[in-house]
Write a protein that binds this ligand. Structure first.
Ligand SMILES: NC(=O)c1ccc[n+]([C@@H]2O[C@H](COP(=O)([O-])OP(=O)(O)OC[C@H]3O[C@@H](n4cnc5c(N)ncnc54)[C@H](OP(=O)(O)O)[C@@H]3O)[C@@H](O)[C@H]2O)c1
Length: 474
């Protein structure tokens, strides 16, 4: 069977990709927006097609001869996401019909359309409607609410709040009911949907037992071995709650807001098709799902994270490369006699819990300022403390290029008046560390000159600490 997977660089897609590659009955196509965001090892035995759903030619190549196609796409993060999502789904279903695709499997959000429906959920519902609108293609529309798994945005919010705050002031939405589901169960439904023996289009709502967000927080605390207290307050606006989450969790303001907007309405299943069509799948309990997620985090086994998607917003907004930089701070140190692998491991282990050496507090302060300015801040950390791949977030950086034993290029996603990159490169017996900056207007130039003295100490310390660490491990 020929299958197309879209969204394979996203949270769900990355995990599903592995399952599909392991299924010997499947010949897999992957449609990705940036071939660099997926490593060749991660897609061996699959055909990679570069393009997006706004590129009809790429869609035709990706869908040619395909029996079943997964639609795991959303444009959350871009301002016009509602409109983009609609066009994207329409293009996809039109080309799928033209290519003779028999089945489209879509994972959307759980919930109903009413006056409280958030824009995010509305867009998920509209996407499902568009995908189901072509009578020649069968649509299996799976609908999930909160997904519990290591690296999922909702779980990271709950975990961070529970870990950081012994007493939490909570808005009234914590009493809203939802039906969370473990990410492994979601993957089972998605995978087994390929083999469903029905020809009609169906909606399948999935979820474990219903519980309130308050219960989720208390159960998470129990799974983490913590005692937590919640103090409900009658009023707390969506904006205040979003700022609160932005400050105490790794999730940025816009993602927090999109999620919170959806919390005022119940997110419970509307049909029993999951039991009818997949009687063999028994969803895990919430406590069990949390324990598994926590174990994966502790063992550095997080396969995907909500920060994984390539985030085209910043790519689209500017076309400059690091080679266009106006200012460069370049430092070199000899690494003769040191195992090069250790040098590579040393600079690719920066950030997250591993920190940034002696001037850690300055990086942290920069992160706090960034959060206060509405940026991503430093507390996104790393997906894994010992593994890095292109597309990963590293505190307020994004890994845009990673060449084994040679190079790491980071792009700054913090709020800066311009564009900034940080590069580590091994050339023969030398480690070269370069900070590049492309300033935006006069303020960008002033910003760079103000930071020159600080950069002098921070960057000097950074390169020498990397080499020192490599030497010690060599
Ligand atoms: N994650 C959850 O907790 C959750 C819960 C309930 C339902 N769902 C549903 O599950 C689906 C997948 O969610 P997710 O969390 O895995 O999403 P995600 O992490 O945000 O990933 C989105 C994916 O879509 C790709 N993409 C975006 N626009 C595209 C376009 N125009 N053409 C081609 N690819 C495009 C992105 O590629 P790039 O890497 O290039 O950006 C990325 O791979 C969504 O429909 C979502 O509503 C998710």
């Amino acid at each position: 069977m020929k299958v197309l997977l879209t969204g394979s660089t996203g949270y769900i897609g990355r995990r599903l990709k592995q399952k599909l590659i392991d299924d010997s009955d499947i010949q897999l196509n992957l449609l990705v927006r940036n071939a660099k965001s997926i490593s060749p090892q991660a897609c061996k035995n699959a055909k990679l097609i570069e393009g997006d759903t706004f590129n009809i030619k790429a869609l035709e190549t990706a869908l040619e001869g395909v029996d079943t196609a997964y639609y795991l796409i959303h444009s959350l993060g871009s301002k016009d996401y509602k409109n983009l999502d609609k066009i994207s789904a329409q293009n996809f279903i039109d080309v799928a019909a033209k290519c003779g695709v028999k089945r489209v499997i879509y994972l959307g959000g759980l919930g109903v359309k009413d006056e409280h429906t958030s824009n995010h959920l509305l867009s998920r519902l509209e996407t499902g409607e568009v995908l189901s609108s072509n009578p020649t293609v069968q649509t299996i529309w799976i609908r999930a609410g909160v997904i519990i798994g290591s690296g999922s945005a909702s779980f990271e919010i709950v975990r961070n709040l529970v870990e950081k705050l012994p007493v939490m002031i909570t808005p009234k939405w914590v009493e809203t009911k939802a039906q969370p589901i473990a990410v492994d169960d979601v993957l089972q439904y998605l995978h087994q949907s390929i083999y469903l023996q029905t020809k009609k289009s169906i909606q399948i709502d999935i979820g474990a037992d219903a519980m309130t967000y308050k219960d989720m927080m208390l159960e998470t605390a129990r799974a983490l071995g913590l005692k937590r207290y919640l103090l409900p307050v009658p009023f707390m606006s969506i904006n205040i709650s979003s700022y609160w989450l932005n400050l105490f969790t790794p999730v940025p303001f816009n993602v927090a807001k999109a999620l919170i907007e959806g919390l005022s309405s119940e997110v419970v299943i509307q049909n029993h098709n999951a039991k009818k069509y997949f009687p063999q799948i028994e969803p895990s309990e919430y406590y069990e799902a949390v324990q598994k997620a926590v174990k994966e985090i502790e063992q550095n086994q997080v396969i995907s994270r909500w920060t994984d998607r390539w985030d085209r917003v910043w790519e689209k907004e500017h076309t400059k490369e690091f080679s266009d930089a106006v200012f460069v701070d370049r430092k070199e140190l000899s690494i003769a006699g040191i195992d090069k692998r250790k040098v590579y491991e040393s600079f690719t282990s920066l950030g997250g819990e591993n920190g940034w050496f002696d001037f850690d507090f300055l990086w942290e302060m920069r992160g706090i300022i960034d959060k206060m300015l509405g940026g991503v801040g430093i507390n996104r950390g790393r997906r894994s403390q010992c593994d890095l791949r292109t597309g990963d977030c590293l505190d307020f950086w994004k890994v845009v290029d990673l060449q084994e034993d040679e190079r790491l290029l980071l792009f700054a996603q913090m709020k800066v008046p311009g564009l900034a990159w940080l590069e580590f490169k091994i050339e023969d017996d030398t480690l070269i560390q370069s900070a590049y900056f492309y300033p935006k207007g006069v303020w960008g130039r002033v910003y760079w000159y103000i930071l020159v003295p600080l950069h002098y100490f921070v960057f000097k310390n950074l390169i020498s600490s990397i080499v020192k660490k490599a030497k010690a491990k060599s």
